[in-house]
Design a protein around this ligand. Structure first.
Ligand code: ADP
Length: 461
């Protein structure tokens, strides 16, 4: 964990969108100095160091003026140092708020520093004053905080300040001239060394920053891919589960139909044989009743077997109304059908549709069963069909409890269910079936007064 103040952390570089919001391209940065964002990341930590250097310089200054030396202008020097302390205080406050004081006018700061050091030297010992070393400190700090151009300009200002000092003081001896020349040479030297070193550090920092940004982008991309792959895997797993369940159910239904169907046929034959005998009218009527009920059971078994036989994937052209009727025929055995009415409003002469019949049947059945689950006794479920030039639309409307807004976004996701015994695969499978055949399914509306789903099937060409 880094203990750097978050305000001092580099801000991420500008990014452009490529359509996919997760993929971001960083705009290449030609050079360090032309990149304000990276510059900002460097400037704040540099500012924090500068603040400490300023305070140290001021303490040394006060020590020189008041304890070590016996200057004739102690009051003036203390005044100038206090002016510097006020500036350092403001700078410290700005820095603690993660900002740089007078950030946009570095040359003004350099000018003030040149004046500050020049005045200190002037009221101290002139060209020989120990305060002349402040010029070096100022140049080093400037090189680390600002660009080479600003540092060179600061060197110019400091040179002007020191030369002016020499002129004001009057260069009297050859020694004075030597001191001044040497000071100027050292100032150039310090500028050169510190800018070279600072640029090296800034370059390394920029490279590190770019690598870090790239790393973060790759990580985001990787995370996005993992999420996508996981979702794909979950969806194929859900489809597999659904297919396996259907296959198992089909096998079970076929087994039951076989086991129950044979004895039923035998019983039915016996009843018919008995019915041919001369019996009293009441007995004939009862036998007819038994026969009728037996036929009903056989019919139900046949429908069960029809529904649960291995689904055909054969695409055929067929009548949507016939498929809807088959679905309704199966739904009538559903326990929640009791006390409810299903009204069909079919468009006359509905054009045929190219479809995988068994799959479309599954879609309609799922919508009808969902509607039955959501409604109370005494309510109506309405099924309407409609055609346009390109497609056929089937709407299933119920007067049920509705789907709360927060749940609607999860509707077609696998395993989303609010039912105790639900699988949450119904709508997910419906959407897969329909989109594979060029159709669609959508939630038209859902309020506490009811829900409407619409299925769209492309018309046969
Ligand atoms: P399952 O029926 O196994 O729950 P579905 O994918 O068919 O799976 O349905 C998912 C959920 O959508 C249901 O649990 C239910 O909360 C909601 N839902 C679907 N259709 C309706 C409807 N007509 N009215 C209210 N809620 C519905």
């Amino acid at each position: 964990m880094s203990d750097i103040n978050p305000a001092l952390q580099p801000t991420p570089p500008e990014a452009t969108s490529s359509g996919d919001p997760a993929i971001r391209h960083v705009v290449p940065t030609p050079s360090y100095e032309s990149h304000p964002v990276v510059d900002m990341g460097w400037q704040l930590p540099a500012e924090a160091i500068t603040v400490r250097i300023h305070w140290f310089g001021l303490c040394v200054g006060y020590f020189l003026v008041n304890i070590l030396g016996q200057p004739t202008h102690r009051a003036e020097l203390n005044g100038i140092l206090t002016f510097g302390a006020v500036y350092a205080l403001i700078d410290t406050l700005w820095s603690s708020r993660g900002q740089v004081f007078l950030e946009r006018t570095p040359l003004f700061i350099s000018f003030m520093e040149a004046l500050f050091i020049g005045l200190l030297c002037h009221f101290d010992q002139g060209l020989d004053s120990l305060f002349r070393f402040y010029y070096f400190l100022s140049l080093i700090v400037c090189a680390f905080r600002y660009s080479t151009a600003v540092t060179v300009a600061t060197l110019g200002l400091h040179a002007v300040s020191y030369v002016t000092l020499g002129i004001v003081q009057g260069i009297q001896t050859r020694e004075d001239l030597q001191v001044m020349s040497l000071q100027l040479v050292f100032m150039v030297w310090v500028t050169w060394a510190s800018t070279a070193l600072a640029n090296l550090l800034k370059g390394a920092s920029r490279q590190l920053y770019e690598l870090n940004t790239e790393l973060q982008q790759n990580q985001t991309l990787l995370e996005k891919r993992i999420v996508e792959r996981t979702a794909q895997l979950q969806q194929s797993q859900a489809l597999l589960v659904q297919h396996e369940k259907q296959a198992a159910f089909g096998l079970l239904a076929a087994g039951i139909a076989h086991e129950v169907g044979n004895p039923l046929t035998a019983i039915s034959n016996l009843v018919q044989l008995l019915n041919r005998r001369p019996l009293d009218a009441d007995m004939h009527e009862r036998l007819n009743l038994i026969d009728e009920q037996l036929r009903r059971i056989q019919r139900t078994l046949r429908e069960l077997v029809d529904f649960s036989r291995p689904a055909s994937n054969q695409r055929t052209t067929g009548d949507v109304h016939a498929v809807l009727d088959s679905a309704l025929n199966i739904a009538k055995y559903y326990k929640r059908m009791k006390g409810k009415r299903i009204v069909t409003t079919y468009e006359s002469d509905l054009p045929p549709v190219s479809m995988v019949r068994d799959q479309v049947l599954q879609v309609f059945l799922n919508l009808i069963l969902n509607a039955l689950d959501a409604t109370q006794e005494g309510t109506v479920i309405e099924i309407t069909t409609q055609s346009t030039d390109r497609e056929i639309k089937v709407q299933v409307r119920d007067e049920g409890c509705g789907i709360p807004g927060g749940q609607q976004v999860h509707l077609f996701q696998p395993y989303f269910t609010t039912k105790e015994t639900g699988t949450g695969l119904g709508l997910f499978v419906c959407r897969n079936i329909l989109t594979a055949g060029g159709g669609a399914i959508e939630l038209v509306c859902s309020t506490t007064a009811g829900t409407t789903f619409a299925v769209t099937l492309p018309r046969s060409v």
